[in-house]
Design a protein around this ligand. Structure first.
Ligand code: C2E
Ligand code: MG
Ligand code: MG
Ligand code: MG
Length: 291
């Protein structure tokens, strides 16, 4: 089937695909082929602490090195795959590679926390906590070196089951993060009950905060909210020195974004981290809408 499914050159990997359709079936068989033939790639984007600029971790982001389409970004296949249980295969692949990378980094003297994105269907999998533990134990990577990112929407799909999986993961020592915070529809009452360690402010707010006072206020309030709940807070989408400076003055703990580095192939990461020099403090002091 592999060579036949390869021919779907004009196929558009669309989130709205009906998972039962012919096109969807060939996309899924393409992806099965992709895993088997090592076409998936693990990209890593550094997370730094905004006060000192130290590299504290990395987010694992998948790409598909497609034989004819080139490097396919996750938004072109993940939203579709998330509607099927095949997402668990992708998650398992990413978790395995991230765990191996955490080991490599430790061997190279870098203590990094690896963040991996989970989907609703991963949270519905009662065996997930055990599977992750089985992956990390032989590598001697402590559970706190892995952070699992979940969106508000993924949790709110089936809050009771999500909560049970999250509690299990938390009890095992894994870190938990709410991704794209501010764009979903979770309630604060719910947030309060979740055993999470981190809030990640969605990049739409961070990227707009230099020119839009409302976005700047949302960012400021989210940082306060996170800290008041005892959570650490990460900004995604840090694209300028000015944004870094503002976030650090607002007390945001960590940042991730193109100003620091774009996601890179995993074999480039250790060298990048060794060569990384945070900018001088003065470079981050520029005027902003919310001084
Ligand atoms: P996300 O988890 O919110 O990941 C952050 C996305 O923002 C990444 O896009 C990253 O490249 C991008 N980003 C980070 N900093 C900046 C910035 O300064 N400017 C701009 N414009 N973008 C920035 P990417 O890698 O394309 O991933 C998109 C989404 O695909 C992820 O959003 C996540 O929802 C999903 N995804 C990626 N990898 C996986 C995976 O392994 N599993 C699952 N379930 N979802 C994944
Ligand atoms: Mg994420
Ligand atoms: Mg995010
Ligand atoms: Mg996002």
């Amino acid at each position: 089937y592999a060579s036949k499914s390869r021919q779907c050159g004009s196929l558009i990997y669309h989130a709205q695909l009906d998972p039962g359709s012919q096109v969807s079936l060939s996309l899924l068989s393409d992806l099965r082929h992709a895993i088997k033939h090592e076409e998936l790639r693990l990209y890593l984007q550094p997370k730094i602490d905004l006060q000192w600029g130290r590299v504290v971790g990395a987010e694992a982001l998948v790409r598909w090195q497609h034989p004819t389409r080139g490097l396919v970004p996750p938004m072109q296949f993940i939203p579709f795959v998330e509607q099927t249980s095949f997402i668990r295969k992708i998650t398992a692949w990413v978790l395995e590679r991230a765990a191996q990378f955490a080991r490599e980094a430790r061997d190279a003297g870098l203590n990094l926390r690896l963040s991996v994105n989970l989907s609703t269907r991963d949270l519905m999998d009662q065996d997930l906590p055990g599977k992750i533990e089985a992956l990390l134990a032989p590598l001697q990577v402590p559970p706190a070196s892995l952070c699992l990112e979940i969106t508000e929407s993924a949790i709110m799909d089936d809050p009771a089951r999500a909560l049970s999986t999250l509690e299990h993961l938390h009890a095992m020592g894994f870190k938990l993060s709410i991704d794209d915070f501010g764009t979903g529809y979770s309630s604060l009452a719910y947030l309060k009950r979740l055993p999470v360690d981190e809030l990640k402010i969605d990049k739409s707010f961070v990227m707009a905060m230099e020119r839009d006072l409302d976005d700047a206020r949302i960012v400021r309030s989210t940082i306060e909210l996170a800290h008041n709940l005892g959570l650490s807070v990460v900004a995604e989408g840090v694209e300028t020195a000015k944004a870094w400076g503002l976030l650090s003055r607002l007390g945001c703990d960590e940042g991730q974004g193109y100003f620091i580095a774009k996601p890179m192939p995993q074999d480039e990461f250790i060298l990048w981290a060794r060569n990384w020099q945070p900018p001088e403090a003065e470079a981050l002091m520029a005027e902003s809408v919310m001084a």
